[in-house]
Design a protein. Sequence first.
Length: 98
Amino acid sequence: MAEAIRVEVAYVEPGRQFLQSLRLADGATVADAVAASDLRQQFPALDLEQGRFGIFSRPATAATRLHDGDRVEVYRPLIANPKEVRRQRAIRNAAPKA
């Protein structure tokens, strides 16, 4: 019998969070953990095929193999490009004050 590993799947939206512990077969991937979780049922509008993932804040892909104790993090898509937001703020702050 294959050994089991324990992992968590985490996702956060403003005002709402999801955290689920799972037992998966050794050799499971990020995609396996997400599929085994209730994430799709809790957040049906979330596009997991285009999703970005991490393990303890380090970038991961759907094919990344998991280890016992890992926390799979599912990241929301960015609403705005952070570089563009900083650039626009710099332009506003550099404008002459009336």
